[in-house]
Design a binder for this molecule. Structure first.
Ligand code: NAD
Length: 421
């Protein structure tokens, strides 16, 4: 077998690269054809988006229906490979639709970039030297991005901290930038890099890192909703969801799974719109740990009337311009379906989806359990894994669900019987 050290691989065309990989991995012609079929993302564009491209990874887009966000009905595209995620949002949103749906708010699209100054003997003095130059710093930052400034964004605030570290004190400068409809990573990274030599010039020492923080806690979005107890099946269901919320607030083991439920919804929206899922996940989990203990992002309480009040707050640095958002054809269509005109408006809809998603998970978990709803779709996946095609998929899945034995070995056996084996 050939090795992985392929000289000049990046200089090959996409089809040639695929040929090399096929030879390396022994792919069949059918497997090569799967990768070569790039669907709505033209091969040329895929090749520009990432390095060494050989194909694409299609993920289904499902539409979350029934959402009313700030009085506006929305259909929300969600790109996810996980079954039950889209259905869960639809159900959660349906149960709260007549009660008014979701109410959201946002702190505004402020991003933070950090500049790490090391090796100064007088860090407190240096901190003030930097703070005194606020106007100069604002000018340097805004000078990097006249387009952003034209759109109403640009430098907003300056924060400087002395950080005690294992390697000695560091002077950490934060520039806070309004990035408007951009996620803003490139925008603020450029500013931080441009500013670094000036900081070294003013204070001495050496700047190493100059990059945004994904803990975008100046870019928070919030969503809340009240689910009527009657719509949920009564007071006991409300109590169960509230108890689940208390559990997740107190225990990081539970909080991790609780927040995975939130992000099932949000990451799917983020991916559908061509935004950076890793940036959003990093921000959400860092925000969940801001007290020093990792906690749940969403909270559920019983209202005075006995209904269920849900709330969610997290950083959501998503953009409508920049990165892949404006160039990926599928992402553009998803944004068109959402019908939003600003990045903040989009983030608010995503936050509502996150709240709906976490509600649905807790409702299932605190009542019948998660597996009941999952099983029908999971059974279909297992049937396909066992080789079922066309109508066989439903027949094998139904047979497994009926017996309560939903496993791949059972799928294989049922399929064999179906085919008269
Ligand atoms: P970008 O630089 O591609 O585009 C943003 C620019 O678009 C702005 O700087 C501005 O000049 C212009 N613009 C035009 N119309 C605008 C409007 N209405 N509002 C705001 N700006 C407007 O993109 P970006 O958002 O700065 O960077 C996003 C990309 O950076 C993503 O692909 C992300 O994956 C990547 N990235 C992320 C990280 C991280 O999260 N740690 C680090 C580096 C890069």
């Amino acid at each position: 077998m050939a090795g992985s050290r392929i000289s000049g691989f990046h200089r090959l065309g996409m089809a040639e690269r695929l040929e090399v990989v096929a030879g390396f991995a022994g792919l069949t012609a059918a497997q090569v054809a799967v990768l070569a079929e790039t669907g709505a993302l033209p091969a040329e564009l895929a090749d520009r988006l990432v390095e060494n491209a050989i194909g694409v990874m299609p993920v289904p887009i499902g539409i979350a229906s029934n959402l009313k966000v700030d009085g506006v009905d929305r259909l929300v595209p969600m790109a996810t490979e996980e079954s039950s995620v889209v259905a869960a949002v639809c159900n959660a949103a349906r149960l709260v639709y007549d009660a008014g749906g979701f109410v959201t708010s946002a702190s505004g699209p402020l991003m933070i970039a950090q500049i790490q100054l090391t090796g100064v003997s007088d860090p407190q003095h240096s901190r003030l030297e930097i703070l005194e130059r606020r106007e100069e710093i604002a000018g340097i930052c805004d000078g990097c991005d006249p387009v952003l400034v034209r759109h109403g964004g640009g430098f907003r605030e300056l924060e400087v901290r002395v950080l005690e570290t294992r390697g000695g004190p560091m002077v950490i400068t934060h520039i806070v930038v309004d990035t408007r409809d951009a996620m803003g990573a490139n925008a603020v990274n450029t500013m931080a890099e441009r500013l670094a030599p000036s900081i070294e010039g003013w204070c001495g020492g050496k700047v190493y890192l100059r990059i945004l923080s994904n803990l975008a806690d100046r870019r928070l979005v919030r969503a809340r909703a009240v689910w009527p107890a009657d719509a949920l099946g009564g007071a006991e269901v409300v109590d169960g969801i509230v108890a689940a919320s208390h559990f997740a607030e107190a225990d990081p083991y539970r909080a991790a799974t609780h927040n995975k439920g939130v992000m099932n919804g949000i990451s799917a929206c983020v991916l559908a719109t061509g935004n950076d899922t890793r940036a959003i996940e990093a921000g959400a989990h860092a925000y969940a740990a801001r007290s020093g203990q990792y906690r749940s992002l969403s909270r559920f309480e019983r209202t005075a009337e006995g209904d269920l009040a849900g709330s969610l707050e997290l950083p959501l640095a998503v953009g409508l311009v920049g990165g892949a958002t404006k160039v990926h054809p599928t992402a553009r269509v998803c944004v068109a379906i959402l019908g939003v005109t600003t990045a903040v408006e989009m983030a608010r809809v995503f936050c509502a989806v996150g709240l709906a998603q976490t509600f649905a998970a807790l409702r299932a978990l605190s009542t019948v359990g998660i597996q009941k709803g999952h099983m029908a779709l999971h059974a279909q996946n297992l049937a396909m894994m066992a080789g079922a095609v066309g109508e066989e998929v439903d027949r094998v899945a139904d047979a497994m669900v009926a017996t309560g034995e939903v496993r791949v070995d059972v799928a294989e056996r049922v399929l064999g019987e179906l085919r008269g084996g």
